[in-house]
Ligand binder design. Sequence first.
Ligand code: ASN
Length: 330
Amino acid sequence: MSHILVISTGGTIASLPQDNGDVKAVLQGEDLVRRLPVQNQQDQNQGKHRPIIVKTFTTIGSFAFTFETLYELGNVVQTAIADEEVGGIVITHGTDTMEETAFFLSLTCQRKKPIVLTGAQLNASEPASDGLRNLSDAIRVASCQEAAALGPVIAFAGFLHAGREVRKVDTSALEAFQSVGFGPVGRVEHNKVIIRRKCTDYPLLPLQPMERVGLVRLGIGMTGDEILKIAEGYKGLVIEAYGLGNAHPSIAPAVQQLANRKIPVVITSRCLRGSVAPVYGGGGGRDLERAGAFFAGDLSGEKARILLALLIGNKLDHEAFYEWFNAWGH
Ligand SMILES: NC(=O)C[C@H](N)C(=O)O
């Protein structure tokens, strides 16, 4: 029987308070699996679960992840996908940047096997810690072949969220994630995996090291000068603009300058739901589009940044960026 590979990376699920008061990721993958509830271990003995193999990839807070970490993790996941002995993959991860890792894997990994990310909001020393429940649910989902077609998902607080749509919406509540605008793709209830939605089969990008891309959220009165300063040193820039994708009128000429220097600019929205669209003149989305900006549909700023960094890393022609943002943004 093929096994479930649990790849641990740290995060609160692996964290314990230290003598100096810091809460720090210290538990290895083996420690997490050893702590699984007795019921779960019994299920395993009775063959209800596939055997579990553990790999400790790293033991850090997800706020310490970099593009390099994502690239290396992507390689580990792709090796596991190609390994016939592996039936499903679970990644334990901090919640802070879990949605970006889930999206990165969605962009680069074939949907042959379930890929399930999970973590915790309460550290492993807290009596009501959610980590073991989430890990137990994630293992169940990774054992369910039907979940492969969803692409990478986050299993958290009993819900399943698609990598493309999921966002961390709460700093501390146990229900940390939501699929904003669409709702979860499924849930784990009474130890059963229930899948209620299908996920679109988006085109994949080759796994490549990503390039440095900036991300800036507009606040009232921010101007083109500020955008040009922020863009320094970056190979691309994502702007979280207002509403449908609008900005102060001084920003379109700045975008034009950056486009002339072959620095692509991508527009997303500060809004939590809905897509950007070039509608308004007077500094609005139509001016930004005319200046050469790409529109990222309903992707969040963070996710548009991952896609842009990967497109630049793949050395694709900028003309092709329109198709990629159309494909993934809608
Ligand atoms: N709940 C968590 O896992 C948050 C933690 N700071 C992390 O992302 O590593």
